[in-house]
Each structure stands twice: as C-alpha cells, then as structure tokens.
Write a protein that binds this ligand. Structure first.
Ligand SMILES: Cc1cc2nc3c(=O)[nH]c(=O)nc-3n(C[C@H](O)[C@H](O)[C@H](O)COP(=O)(O)OP(=O)(O)OC[C@H]3O[C@@H](n4cnc5c(N)ncnc54)[C@H](O)[C@@H]3O)c2cc1C
Length: 397
C-alpha cells in the first residue's frame, strides 16, 4: 500500500457484518473507490461469535422494518447478493411469555402484522403443537414467526466481503485505523498503521472500538463491552428432529439449534456477563455461566438433563445505555458516519443498516426509516430511545 498518496471516496472501518454489508451496499450504489480496513480478520469480532438469530420481534417499529429487509436478503442470498451464502435456516422463532410480558408481546405482534410480518400470538396448546417437547406449565402465551430462524455470522460477513470485492471494493486486512483526520468541519482522511488515506467520507463500524475513534472529535458514544457466554449442548440421541429458535423470556435465555444435534444457549439480558474492554481476547466461558444456561435449557426441554454440555465460547456485546444501536451521520463532522452499539442484537440488522448507511453517504437521506432517533448524539442530549418502556425485563427487544 502507498503511504500518503492513497485516496478513496469512502473508507469503512471494520470488517464485521456491518462494515461488510455497508461495503457491498455502497459498491452496488456505485459510490466510487471504496476501501474497507479491518485490523484483525473478517468477522474476527462479535460477528464471528454471533448466534445469528434472525427474528422480526422488536419493540421499535423502525427496527422491525430494518429486520424485514434483512430477512429477505438472508433468505434469498443467491438471487440478491449472488456471491457466497448466509447460512440461513428457516426453523421458526418462538417466544415464550409469562403473565408479566404477554401484553407487550401482543402489542409487538399486532404492530408486526400491520407491517405485513407473518407473526401470531398463540396459546400454550398451540405452542405445544409447534414444539411438543417444551415444558409449558409456566407459559401463558407464545409469539410465533414461522419465517424466522438463524443464519451464520462469519459466513455472512465473508460473503458480503466477497461480493463487495467482486464489485471492486478494496478490502485491506491487517492495518489498524488510528484516527479520522479532519480540517475542523469535515473529514479529510483516515490515519492507519499502514499510512494515511485521503477521503471525504468515513463510515466507522468498529464495534466497541468505535467510541475511541469518535471521541477524538468530541463525540460521546458510551459503549459498555459485556462478554457473553454461549453454552453448546449436544442433545440426547432420542431428542428427535431440530427445534425452532426458542426465546424463553420467562427465564431470560435462548436456545438456538446448530446443525442437527447441537443447541447454542445464550442469555437474554445484555448486561448479564462481565465487563471486558479486551474485546479482541478469545476467552472461554465460566463454568457457572454454562451450567446456568444448561439448567434453564434442560428445565424447558424435559429429558435433556442427560444431554452433553460439550464446549462453549464467549463474545462481546457493545452495549449502549438504551441497548439500541447508534447509526447515521455524525453531526460534528461532515463526511463522518457511524454504525455501532448494537448491544447484542445487531446481526440481523446488518443488511438493513448497510443499506441505510449507503443511502446516507450517497444521497444524504434514506426512505427505509426515520434515522433521527438512532443518532449518536442522543446520549449527550439525554434523549435515549427505549427508557423504561417495553418489556418488564431488560432484553434484546
Ligand atoms: C455471543 C454473541 C451472540 C450474538 N447473537 C446474536 C443473535 O443471535 N442475533 C443478532 O442479531 N445479533 C447477535 N449478536 C450481536 C451481533 O453479533 C453483533 O451486533 C454484530 O456482529 C456486530 O457487528 P459489527 O460489524 O458492528 O461488529 P464486529 O463484528 O465486532 O466488527 C467490528 C470490526 O472492527 C474491527 N476494528 C475495530 N477497531 C478497528 C480499527 N481501529 N481499525 C480497523 N479495524 C478495527 C474489529 O477487528 C472487528 O472485526 C451476538 C453477539 C455475540 C457476541
């Protein structure tokens, strides 16, 4: 790479699902010379550890719209993106409610139905029709999305990158972006460990590390890095066929099938984990975290207490104070854009946010949703998104 003489129309910082999606969307828009810089490896961050659940169950209508866009891409990758794959499996998404949350769950489903999502509120008996192996004594109602499921984080990031490269995006793995250069009012370049790139537009999608890159320009994006454990279970041989993705809101856990024999178990509460700024570190889960998840899974699927807890891993959520992402144009500097703070639910949003950011870079606006509520400045302005509304438990909705 040439130092000092490098130029680009747009530079993207970060090669997770978000940077990769933005790169592909910008290239499709013909945004000129696009460079993506990733310091560790494609999907080396949260994207590579993601459970990659694809659901459309969100409290905020705007995020339902963003996930609808993503669901279409994940499910029809070959025709839309053309290169690579998403790993999408349409196993369905089932939410279990107790009394405290059923009213809000119903509101979400009614809103989804108005938007055209195939979702319904179902009785405990209907939950049993869908998944008879579930214990249902404490279930007051369920929400069912037959067209949801899960994909694969690393596959999606790498496939978006391959498709972006095919459209001419210059993907550079290895250099670290050290800072965004500006002349006081607008972006002039990006300083990397391998030299400076002159550019008028920078999209920072660097996960937890985004905050430090914005802070040097006086922009406050508060992110708490929370390390989350995933337990991996090999189900008993008599379990039978695959189960849907189950969001067990009653005990705040999810159970997501992986291949035909395994299940990935994770926490719903974004803050249930250890705060760990060493986001690049690869660390095993604590035994207590794994057994707690396993006990909830085994109680929900009677007979699975003799399943094998085989191995587990951890990944880091980039949690904002309102657990909602920050994306869009940064007001402090012309030419600076951001997509970060996904708080543990950003995988499914990545196609939609990539489309939105490409619209904002190229056109200055987007017609997918009103992006203003998601602006990074909301934290400094005391205008956070969800506040105390929504579900009784802090959650991924
Ligand atoms: C265990 C776990 C389970 C999850 N499950 C789900 C789920 O089921 N469904 C869902 O929707 N979401 C889920 N998520 C959340 C989702 O995975 C993330 O929101 C999403 O992957 C974030 O993507 P990203 O591109 O913003 O960040 P990342 O994947 O973290 O990518 C950021 C990239 O930026 C690079 N970078 C950072 N700083 C620099 C720099 N200075 N210069 C160059 N490169 C830099 C990093 O190396 C990294 O590769 C989960 C997350 C975890 C950890």
């Amino acid at each position: 790479m040439k130092s000092g003489t490098d130029t680009a129309d747009v530079v993207i910082v970060g090669g997770g699902v978000h940077g990769a999606s933005t790169a592909w969307h910008l290239a499709r828009r013909g945004a000129g010379k696009i460079v993506l810089i990733e310091k560790e490896g494609i999907a080396a961050g949260a994207s590579g550890w993601s459970s990659a659940i694809v659901r459309l169950h969100y409290t905020l209508e705007s995020l339902v719209k963003v996930t609808m866009y993503g669901r279409e891409i994940f499910g029809d990758w070959k025709n839309i993106v053309g290169i690579g794959e998403s790993g999408f499996r349409q196993v369905g998404f089932l939410v279990l409610f107790d009394k405290s949350e059923v009213v809000h769950g119903r509101e979400i489903v009614e809103m989804q139905q108005r938007l055209g999502v195939r979702a319904s509120i179902i009785t405990p008996d209907e939950v049993g029709d869908i998944e008879p192996r579930l214990a249902r004594e404490d279930v007051v109602a369920g929400a069912w999305e037959p067209e949801s499921g899960h994909a694969d984080g690393s596959t999606v990031a790498n496939s978006f990158i391959a498709a972006a490269r095919d459209l001419g995006v210059d993907v550079r793995v290895g250099p670290t972006v050290l800072g965004v250069a500006a002349d006081g009012t607008r972006v002039t370049g990006v300083v990397t460990s391998a030299g400076t790139i002159s550019t008028g537009a920078v999209v920072v999608e660097a996960g937890y590390r985004t905050s430090a890159l914005l802070a040097e320009h006086g922009v406050d994006l508060p992110i708490t890095p929370v390390r989350h454990a995933i337990a991996v279970v090999e189900r008993t041989s008599d379990f039978g066929g695959i189960h849907p993705v189950v969001s067990d809101r009653i005990v705040q856990a999810y159970y997501r099938p992986e291949s035909d024999r395994l299940a990935l178990l994770g926490e719903h509460d974004p803050l249930r984990g250890s705060v760990d700024p060493d986001v690049e570190g690869i660390k095993p889960p604590e035994l207590g975290e794994q057994t707690s998840l396993f006990e909830r899974f085994a109680a929900r699927f009677p007979g699975q207490d003799s399943a094998s807890l085989t191995r587990g891993y951890t990944g880091v959520y980039d949690c904002t104070p309102d657990f909602q992402p920050a994306f869009g144009k940064v007001q402090a500097l012309d030419g600076l854009f951001v997509g970060s703070g996904f708080s543990g639910h950003g995988f499914k949003l990545s196609p939609g946010i990539g489309k939105i950011l490409s619209d904002l870079v190229v056109d200055g606006s987007t017609d997918m949703i009103d992006v203003r509520p998601f602006r990074v400045e909301r934290f400094a302005e005391g205008d956070e998104l969800t506040g105390g509304e929504g579900y009784a438990h802090r959650s991924l909705a």
